[in-house]
Design a binder for this molecule. Structure first.
Ligand code: SAH
Ligand code: SF4
Length: 365
């Protein structure tokens, strides 16, 4: 692969228009790549021969490849992608509900899917409970590497480009620590001439870099926000997420209050429940107080242990009690279904597991 070729997946439609002779050629290319999922320029039959030759010599359609897939009984598929430098990241496709068809064979509701995307190789934030953090930070993903995770999965599963789906930036890495490329990817994924995944269907999850929450808010893209809160006590939260020293709970809550939000929607707060650390009803009570005045939704997540992890998974009983306490007092709380629990559920675990197996996984493509 020639490294001086331009990766088209890195480019917005506007970028592409500025690089090719005619605007309609850029639109045709977008159609081939994002609607027909074609990766081979020589098969793009309605492009002129000269234009195709120019593309073959100077451009690439993406440069990440699927090296491993794990299938879970509930329909979740976990992908491991290899990047051009040999590094790997994970992406997860969450279950599509079956299409519903009425007695005349007409479509009532279309299958939906959610893709959980990575934004960095490793992560700088260093959360004590997170396997991704253990390997430290390697590098940011480029715009194209973020977009291509979605494109490659849609292509792999033959999901039509216009089928409604959601994107959550909850894979490996801290999205707001790679803000520029994240925003570039959000816009390309949202392009009406491409995959057309509206920003309203895209959720950015952050461990709480308050200043960057403000920056993202000022761009007014219409994306949703999910805050990885995990604790209501600054001392406990600093132990879990060291960055809490610089960006404490109060600073995050103020930034959330400033974030431009669609009034009909709720800000999601993720709360990783860890046995004996943050699972008491006193914590639940403080959580209600903390979120007063915010249209919030709590997503409770079971801590998922991995070899040598210092924490434990809470019992189902504790989870239910915590959720019931919040719900009975008017704070909407759900327990995240442990999707794909039979494959390596939490972030970073597939990559960890298959580190040694990569050589014989290349056949997955
Ligand atoms: N860096 C961002 C983006 C997602 S991190 C953030 O922290 O919000 C990936 C997700 O995996 C987060 O929701 C985090 O809470 C979750 N996670 C990390 N380690 C986990 C573990 N051991 N068990 C369960 N969930 C975990
Ligand atoms: Fe980074 Fe998120 Fe993992 Fe924390 S939980 S180390 S922010 S990826």
């Amino acid at each position: 692969m020639s490294l001086n070729k331009i990766n088209i997946i890195d480019l917005s439609l506007e970028d592409l228009i500025s690089k090719v002779p005619k605007k309609f050629q850029a639109e045709q290319l977008f159609d081939w790549i994002y609607h027909k999922y074609e990766t081979d320029f020589s098969k793009m039959s309605n492009l002129s021969k000269d234009f195709r030759d120019n593309l073959i010599n100077n451009y690439l359609v993406g440069n990440i490849k699927i090296v491993h897939r794990e299938f879970s009984d509930d329909g979740t598929i976990k992908y491991l992608f290899q990047l051009h430098d040999g590094r790997t990241v994970e992406t997860v496709l969450l279950r599509m509900k079956d299409d519903q068809i009425d007695e005349n064979g007409d479509m009532l509701s279309q299958a939906k899917y959610t893709i959980c995307v990575s934004t960095q190789v490793g992560c700088k934030v260093g959360c004590a409970f997170c396997l991704t953090a253990k390997g430290g930070f390697i590098r940011d993903l480029s715009v194209g590497e973020i977009v291509e995770q979605v494109l490659a999965i849609k292509r792999d599963r033959e999901i039509e480009y216009n089928r409604k789906g959601n994107i959550v930036y909850m894979g490996m890495g801290e999205p707001l620590d790679n803000l520029k490329n994240l925003v570039g990817a959000i816009k390309i994924l949202a392009d009406e001439k491409g995959l057309a995944i509206s920003p309203r269907r895209q959720t950015v999850s952050t461990s709480g870099i308050s200043t960057k929450i403000d920056k993202l808010g000022l761009m007014d893209l219409g994306v949703h926000l999910a805050i990885s809160l995990h604790s209501v006590d600054n001392d406990v939260r600093t132990k879990l997420i060291p960055m809490n020293k610089a960006f404490n709970i109060e600073s995050i809550i103020s930034a959330v209050k400033r974030f431009p939000y669609d009034n009909r929607k709720r800000v999601m707060f993720e709360y990783l429940v860890i046995k004996g650390v943050n699972d008491s009803l006193a914590s639940a009570k403080q959580l209600i107080k903390l979120l007063e005045g915010i249209k919030a939704k709590i997503n409770l997540i079971y801590f998922n242990p991995y070899p040598d992890s210092e924490f434990e998974r809470p019992s189902e009983e504790i989870m239910m009690k915590f959720a019931d306490y919040l719900n009975s007092r008017g704070l909407l709380a759900t327990i995240r279904a442990s999707r794909g629990i039979d494959i390596s559920a939490a972030c970073g675990q597939l990559r960890e597991k298959s580190g040694l197996e990569l050589e014989n996984l290349n056949s997955c493509n």
